[in-house]
Write a protein that binds this ligand. Structure first.
Ligand code: SF4
Ligand code: SF4
Length: 401
């Protein structure tokens, strides 16, 4: 990876454009609108460079489920990279429950519609399975990170996140998407070590600013709302795309548009404390179409948004958070929906899940569970509900969790 001079815009500039659907010409037109104030794709890609496109594929789901970055968005960006003289290659290690091995990666690409898009728009899909340990001296927490080799082998990265809610981190956009450069199942170890959302957020920032994408282009045409970022969420048409150099600024703009308080997004709380943005949401507006014109008042927030126990900053939160987290929702796989596929078992960082073949349902050991919700995120059958149990129900009624 190497850095590259930017266009003469403020580094925190975020641009928004409307885009009604995934017609390739509409997406390309929106992309031109996004890139014009930033100096065009030529400001980010030099002729002859190999450019890694980092989408959000999670475990590989059809585009209409709005869980993965739409393949047409990847195609439109790939065409723009080629026009600027670069060679686009998709670099990704799908979600927590998927091994970083050739077959699962190929399967995820196929399910998400990327194989067809790669042929149609002419981009490469990396199935490189090597990874390496790299040192990250500027990090607050993650001083050494495992990184998929495909990211090391490109000249620069363009981040292509999806606009989604997230039960553990409230919102996932540009910053969180870069966690996907950690190889497959290795992600679970980060969850096990950093079970507090605020510490997890610090690690996410360490990874994001190590990768330091040249550009972030976010797919918010069909977003995900409710209990995302996986099958627990619901597709929601927002009809917009955003772009910016700084992932945190892009995420703040997204939260402003749909009314997520940035104090409820651990990544943005941590970023504010690091001085990566001012903490004043109004400081970040969008060029192109302004935030005010894009506001969505009925976007459904994740169930975990309620309460004060999820890392919103402030002294009260600091004291109560570790205690209250013990009473937050528990994963409850449901008989009838659970197919015993075992994906959740593979994703659980603390091995709290077993398959109960007799009862035909996955079982969660509550004493081991750290409430990271990886299982909920990766379950392909939307078979896991997140429910309050015991005292958690009471605390929830009091709006504490
Ligand atoms: S809960 Fe979901 S991921 Fe786990 S075994 Fe059942 S269907 Fe598979
Ligand atoms: S069972 Fe608990 S610890 Fe395991 S993946 Fe699910 S939420 Fe995380």
């Amino acid at each position: 990876m190497s850095s590259h001079e930017r266009a003469g815009t403020d580094g925190a500039a975020v641009v928004a454009a409307r885009c009604a659907d995934y017609d390739i010409e509409n997406v390309r037109a929106a992309l031109r609108e996004l890139l014009a104030p930033l100096g065009g794709m030529g400001a980010f890609v030099r002729p002859g460079e190999r450019i890694g496109l980092k989408p959000n594929i999670l475990m590989g789901t059809p585009p209409e489920m709005a869980i993965a970055t739409h393949p047409v968005v990847v195609g439109a960006v790939a065409l723009a990279v080629k026009e600027a003289g670069g060679s686009p290659v998709v670099v990704e290690s799908p979600g927590t429950g998927v091994a970083h091995a050739r077959l699962p990666i190929e399967r995820a690409f196929r399910k998400a519609g990327y194989v067809e898009a790669a042929e149609r728009y002419g981009f490469e899909l990396s199935v490189e399975t090597d990874w390496e340990m790299v040192s990250n001296p500027d990090a607050v927490l993650a001083k050494r990170i495992e990184l998929i080799s495909s990211v090391r082998q490109v000249d620069g990265v363009i981040n292509l996140p999806k606009f989604k809610t997230h039960m553990f981190m409230t919102f996932t956009g540009a910053t969180k998407n870069l966690f996907g450069v950690i190889p497959g199942l290795n992600k679970a170890a980060y969850h096990a070590r950093l079970d507090d959302p605020r510490r997890f957020a610090d690690m996410l920032l360490d990874v994001a600013y190590f990768v330091r994408p040249r550009l972030n282009i976010l797919d918010g045409i069909l977003a995900l709302e409710g209990d995302g970022p996986g099958t627990g969420g619901k597709p929601r048409h927002l009809g917009l795309m955003l772009a910016g150099v700084d992932p945190v600024a892009v995420d703040v703009a997204c939260c402003r548009i749909v009314g997520i308080g940035t104090g409820a997004v651990p990544v943005l709380v941590a970023a504010r404390e690091r001085g990566l943005w001012s903490g004043r949401e109004s400081d970040i507006d969008t060029l192109g179409v302004p935030v005010e014109a894009l506001r969505v008042v009925d976007y459904v927030l994740p169930g975990s948004y309620e309460g004060i126990g999820i890392g919103r900053g402030g002294r009260l939160d600091l004291v109560l958070r570790p205690v209250l987290r013990r009473f937050s929702r528990m994963p409850r796989p449901k008989v009838g929906r659970c197919t015993l596929c075992g994906v959740c078992e593979g994703s659980c960082p603390v091995k709290a899940i077993t398959m109960d073949k007799e009862a035909r349902v996955a079982r969660v050991n509550d004493r081991l569970c750290i409430r990271c919700y990886c299982c909920h995120e990766v379950c392909p059958s939307a078979a896991i509900d997140l429910e309050f149990t015991g005292a958690g129900r009471l605390f929830h009624r009091l709006n504490l969790v």
